[in-house]
Design a protein around this ligand. Structure first.
Ligand code: BGC
Length: 375
């Protein structure tokens, strides 16, 4: 019950602080946090928004939460409004990591620290980055393919694979793709994995806005062009669940082959977990966004308290999940590394989903075996 215990702990802490003295809370009560999330149309951001809001409010902060409908101009506008409303700190999950320069300058001028949440913003005004290890997300997907098909012992067998990556405007998307591709490239070079469409570079396989429909249509075209003659598709390597959903729909409607296609994903979206239960998707890389919110809250508190921030925050916070402090991997501009707190992603399949997702309290399971995010 990791998530639930964190929240109840936060509530208990608030109660305890309140009982002892109101001064610490009062200090936080005067402080306002601006939370800018990209969209409600991609499932995970709804969870992020509500976890972040719960955590910050339970700790005594006032919260302004916006979703920007995947429109860059709206996100700029939303952040500008929060700056005028006098927020003390901004937490931003960018729609386009390269498109927030002006508003980041404005935040810097107003002396407002910015935490880039989950997706890095390419601006040196960003104080810290909180995310998961994005490259590892991709390597977990690639390694799952290697292990499941036992590619190291494939002998003369060959398997057909197609790639679907994420939004080029999202800095994470290349990390996911490169992580997966780096694991699979040796097998492609050896001829064990074959890409009938020949589409293997990020720009060609990318999916603007991580859109399900776009991913579906691209896979329908690939199936019509390269698989209509009965060629078997063995693997659809998808960077996340919203794209996996579209690819799965295309396979269900436009693929005549009789094998089960191995399909990867990321996030643990409800519809994808349903597909995993039904055998239509093979795995998802789960990232406990409730814990990402916990790290963000503790980091924000430390920033607002003027504490020194380094790996000691990890020990001082006593988190019961893995997180590393990384000062090298992510740069907001060339040579300018952004200090980052990176959580650890995990593989979820039909075999371990109860242990990883239900027993931990993140999801509940209904009588049909389907999972639903815990309220
Ligand atoms: C997140 C993924 C998510 C994708 C689309 C990425 O930045 O890290 O978890 O699947 O955006 O929402």
């Amino acid at each position: 019950m990791k998530k639930l215990s964190k929240i109840s702990l936060a509530v208990a802490t608030v109660a305890a602080v309140g009982a002892l003295s109101t001064s610490a809370l009062a200090e936080e009560a005067g402080q306002k946090i601006g939370l800018s999330m990209p969209t409600q149309s991609l499932e995970r951001w709804n969870r992020d928004g509500s976890y972040l809001q719960e955590q910050f409010e339970a700790a005594g902060y006032e919260v302004e939460l916006t979703y920007s409908d995947n429109e860059v101009d709206q996100q700029v506008n939303d952040i500008q409004n929060m700056i005028s409303d006098g927020v003390n700190l901004l937490v931003v999950a960018a729609i386009d990591g390269e498109a927030l320069n002006t508003v980041m300058d404005e935040a810097a001028e107003a002396g407002i620290p910015v935490i880039a949440y989950d997706r890095l913003i390419m601006h040196d005004g960003v104080s810290y980055y909180v995310s998961f290890d994005n490259y590892t997300v991709g390597t977990l997907q690639g390694q799952y393919v290697v292990d499941t098909l036992d590619l190291d012992n494939a002998g003369d067998a060959t398997y057909n694979i197609e790639f679907t990556a994420g939004d080029p405007a999202d800095n994470n998307a290349t990390y996911f793709f490169n992580g997966a591709y780096d694991v699979l490239a040796p097998y492609i070079e050896a001829g064990t994995l074959v890409v009938p469409s020949g589409q293997t570079d990020f720009d060609t396989v990318a999916t603007p806005a991580w859109d399900t429909q776009t991913a579906m249509e691209r896979m329908q075209n690939i199936l019509a062009s390269y698989y209509a003659d009965g060629t078997q598709l063995d693997v659809a390597l998808c960077s996340n669940d919203s794209t996996a959903l579209g690819v799965t729909q295309a396979i269900q409607s436009d693929y005549a082959g009789d094998n089960t296609v191995l399909i990867t994903g990321q996030d643990g979206d409800e519809a994808n977990l349903m597909n995993i239960v039904d055998g239509a998707q093979s795995m998802t890389v789960y990232k406990a966004v409730a814990n990402e919110a916990v790290v963000t809250l503790d980091l924000a508190k430390a920033i607002l308290n003027g504490d020194t921030i380094d790996e000691s925050l990890i020990e001082a916070s006593g988190w019961d999940f893995d997180c590393t402090f990384d000062t090298e991997s992510y740069e907001t501009s060339e040579g300018n590394a952004c200090p980052s707190f990176l959580l650890t992603p995990d593989v979820v399949t039909a075999d371990n989903m109860v242990e990883k997702l239900v027993d931990t309290g993140y999801y509940t399971q209904d009588e049909d075996g389907y999972l639903h995010p815990a309220a």
